[in-house]
Design a protein around this ligand. Structure first.
Ligand SMILES: Cc1ncc(COP(=O)(O)O)c(C=O)c1O
Length: 406
């Protein structure tokens, strides 16, 4: 079996114990196409210096490619370059919002509303900041299939809510959240909105002129870019009013013995030496995705997702969580009767099938669904229905291997 997209990913050609590697953990991190590896390599081979420091030619080249990468991200988001802040990952971006915006805007009695679908990277920073400011943290709960009902939005988004944070796509169930409804209501009541696009940016076009979000975050490594580069986007007026999150070199204008003034956007939020090689790799990943086009990406991924839903839900002893209704991107969660998810993942690994097992950094969601852990297969554009077949065939073996019979 050869697939022209999969062929561009050197790691996916690797064998594990002589078996074809079936990588179904792209929700954790994707693999990288050759074009991204080449761009990151070229940065270190030919362009590496500390951006925004050296006035020599190489230093200027490093600054140029770093800022060009910001321009590529801005175009990808249909946003202004100065509104794009490079961070390490979505987690750092979410902490930046919580600590910088949250600590200076929240007061005792204010309400922060997030959904029960959130990743710990949204959940824990808001827990910390609410505790420090005296604000309360409240949840939009889903039904058993992972859908946030309209009545929940109306009931929870009322006066006193200062900020609403929502995951665009659930990292466990792969289901698209009702962003338009939630954010329209949030804005009606004067709340600021945060969209966690960690699981949507690899799969669907993000347009900041249409999304109605005030803040948006994502990680490069989940969309074919190197590890260690992430993005925070926010509206200029919010960023200008916020204090810096990290302080130090490169984010200042003037420093005196007892105080300092800040550089303009975006440098105000980029303290210290930045991951320029990662930014260049991220720009290459975006160029690579654009060369495929979101139509192709979605068509392929949708086919694989639908096939996975049908194939897994037709197997005996398997419970697939969520609903096939609504739009899904990239993830399917399930459990096998009587078998712990870690055992499922370990047996599948013997066939070189990589899935994730555990709480997926969403313990409150799992608890809400009555689970302590589950298996998750997650897809990227390089996956095919052959990968789903390999997963299904592996799953058929698991209970037998562990002595439960067919
Ligand atoms: C929905 C969601 N938000 C945030 C994150 C955190 O991403 P990172 O670990 O790259 O910071 C993840 C990671 O899986 C995620 O799925």
């Amino acid at each position: 079996m050869t697939d022209e997209i999969m062929e561009q990913f050197p790691l996916l050609k690797q064998k594990q114990d002589g078996k074809r590697l079936v990588y179904l953990d792209s929700g954790a991190t994707t693999q990288r196409p050759q074009a991204v590896l080449d761009a990151a390599n070229q940065f270190y081979l030919e362009q590496n210096a500390n951006p925004h420091r050296g006035v020599y030619t190489l230093g200027e080249t490093a600054t140029e490619v770093y800022e060009k990468a910001r321009g590529t991200v801005a175009k990808f988001l249909n946003a202004k370059p100065e509104e794009v802040i490079f961070t390490r990952n979505a987690t750092e971006s979410l902490n930046l919002i919580a600590y910088s915006w949250g600590m200076s805007n929240l007061h005792a009695g204010d309400r922060v509303v997030i959904s029960i679908l959130e990743h710990h990277s949204t959940l824990v920073p808001w827990q910390q900041v609410c505790r420090a400011t005296g604000a309360t943290l409240e949840y939009l709960y889903t039904d058993q299939s992972g859908v946030i009902p309209d009545v929940e939005i109306e009931k929870k988004l009322t006066k006193g809510v200062k900020l609403v944070a929502l995951t665009h796509v659930s990292n466990v169930l792969g289901l698209l959240s009702p962003v338009q409804k939630v954010f329209a209501r949030a804005h009606e009541i004067g709340a600021v909105t945060v969209l966690d696009a960690a699981q949507s940016a690899p799969h669907l076009k993000l347009d900041m002129q249409k999304l109605d979000a005030d803040f948006l975050v994502f990680s490069g490594h989940k969309l074919y870019a190197p590890l260690g580069i992430g993005v925070l986007w926010a509206k200029t007026e919010l960023l200008e009013a916020m204090p810096p999150f990290l302080t130090g070199g490169d984010m200042i204008e003037t420093v005196r013995e007892q105080d300092a003034t800040w550089a303009p956007l975006p440098e105000k939020f980029e303290a210290g030496t930045q991951n320029a090689g990662g930014a260049v790799g991220l720009a290459a990943a975006i160029d690579w995705m654009n060369s495929l086009g979101f139509e192709t990406i979605q068509k392929r991924e949708d086919r694989v997702y639908r096939y996975a839903w049908e194939r897994l839900s037709s197997l005996e002893h398997i419970t697939v969580y969520g609903t096939p209704e609504g739009q899904h991107y990239g993830a399917i969660a399930f459990n096998l009767d009587e078998v712990h998810p870690h055992d499922v993942a370990t047996v599948l690994d013997a066939d070189a099938v990589c899935i994730r097992a555990g709480h997926h950094c969403a313990q409150p969601l799992l608890r809400h669904l009555g689970l302590s852990s589950c298996c998750r297969a997650s897809f990227a554009v390089y996956n095919t229905t052959d990968d789903v077949d390999a997963l299904a065939e592996g799953l058929l073996k698991v209970r037998r291997w562990l002595g439960y019979g067919a």
